[in-house]
Design a protein around this ligand. Structure first.
Ligand SMILES: Cc1cc2nc3c(=O)[nH]c(=O)nc-3n(C[C@H](O)[C@H](O)[C@H](O)COP(=O)(O)OP(=O)(O)OC[C@H]3O[C@@H](n4cnc5c(N)ncnc54)[C@H](O)[C@@H]3O)c2cc1C
Length: 329
């Protein structure tokens, strides 16, 4: 049996959402080597998974920024220090070793780190499956739309009735050959304004209907979907892409057994962002203390606090205050 591959870094960041990405920048700024692991195949956390096309208005310095542009900027900012990305990998086990910590990822890789910063947000997202889509995931059936360009000229069917479903519909409409939205109820969870926008844009919206099958062409490529309405009518729509926007379940999973103090799915931290376990820090949505406000802006500040304290933990001769970045570049 081969021994697991081991990577050694100063800081392992668990979660590549906005907080983890900013933490990776900050760790590099403090001269620390970093690896950043995320169970999703793309970085950006909730922003990438749930609202990449939405405008965000409350991030300092940006009067308005599209979700995907904020993530792109964070990746570019962190990229100047070359963090190691371990995407599509889940942090499973944490153990204390002589000079630090070891985290085992699924796939048997081990990351050895002086400290771990948990920026796991609301936890690992598991998209709710489309029952009729069994066997089609990755073959035309998707849960995320990281790149609009990949759907250029295709017939797209979006399934769901929440904000994300309507976001995808409106974002894909200008590039796709056609876009239809299918929802099993007559009422939507999405904001009224976005439903109105889609209607006004002439999007075909089919309610009270369930997807009953996805069908391929002679080459096995996804070609169409069949729906059945509550009235028993069968509708066939052309579809090279089906976006199942049925929401997510999220849970902290293995992190719950890491010996931390966890209340209501949040990790309790002190003012340095340290958790109950030595060398383990938390920041962003997953971190809790009295008066906590879960916002991107809050996560950025907490990541800076955590990393500066980690810098001192790893080198007691280092200063807590990093100096001004404007003096260094
Ligand atoms: C629709 C919507 C709109 C929003 N609008 C705004 C807004 O306008 N302004 C604002 O400030 N905030 C907004 N938010 C909230 C904002 O997105 C969050 O506060 C922010 O994403 C938190 O960032 P984070 O990095 O702490 O966590 P997340 O973005 O949740 O990222 C955590 C990452 O950790 C990963 N992860 C978890 N567990 C593991 C594990 N064991 N192994 C590997 N990876 C793991 C997850 O896959 C995820 O990618 C909005 C949220 C939603 C859903």
């Amino acid at each position: 049996m081969s021994s697991p591959e081991t990577l050694s870094v100063d800081v392992l960041i668990v979660g590549a959402g906005p907080t983890g990405l900013f933490g990776a920048y900050y760790a590099g700024f403090r001269g620390l080597s970093t690896a950043i692991v995320d169970s999703l195949p793309e970085s950006g956390g909730q922003v990438t998974a749930m609202y990449p096309e939405k405008m965000i208005y409350d991030v300092g310095g940006f009067p308005a920024v599209r979700g995907r542009d904020l993530v792109k900027g964070l990746v570019e900012q962190a990229g100047q220090w070359n963090p190691t990305y371990l995407l599509g990998r889940k942090a499973q086990e944490l153990r204390t070793v002589d000079d630090g910590l070891e985290v085992t990822l699924d796939g048997d890789q081990v990351v050895r780190a002086g400290a771990v910063l948990i920026t796991a947000g609301i936890g690992e997202f598991t998209p709710r499956p489309l029952p009729a889509g069994d066997g089609w995931l990755g073959r035309g059936l998707v849960h995320f739309v990281p790149s609009l360009a990949a759907h250029t000229g295709k017939h797209v069917v979006v399934v769901g009735g929440g904000d994300s479903a309507f976001d995808w519909v409106l974002a894909l409409r200008p590039v796709a050959a056609s876009v239809a939205l299918v929802h099993r109820r007559s009422k939507f969870r999405a904001a009224e304004s976005i439903v109105r926008e889609a209607r006004e844009a002439g999007v075909r919206i089919i309610t009270d209907a369930e997807v009953t099958s996805l069908r391929g062409d002679d080459d096995g490529e996804l070609a169409e979907v069949e729906l059945e309405t509550r009235a028993g009518e069968h509708i066939v729509l052309p579809a090279q892409t089906v976006v199942a926007a049925l929401g997510f379940t999220a849970d902290l999973g293995p992190i719950e057994s890491w010996g931390l103090t966890i209340e209501q799915r949040s990790i309790q931290v002190d003012t340095t962002m340290a958790t109950a376990r030595e060398r383990v820090y938390a920041a962003g949505d997953v971190a809790a203390y009295p008066g906590k406000v879960k916002l991107i802006a809050t996560g950025f500040g907490e990541a800076a606090t955590a990393i500066n304290n980690i810098a001192v933990l790893l080198d007691p001769a280092a200063r807590l205050f990093p100096g001004h970045s404007s003096d260094k570049m």
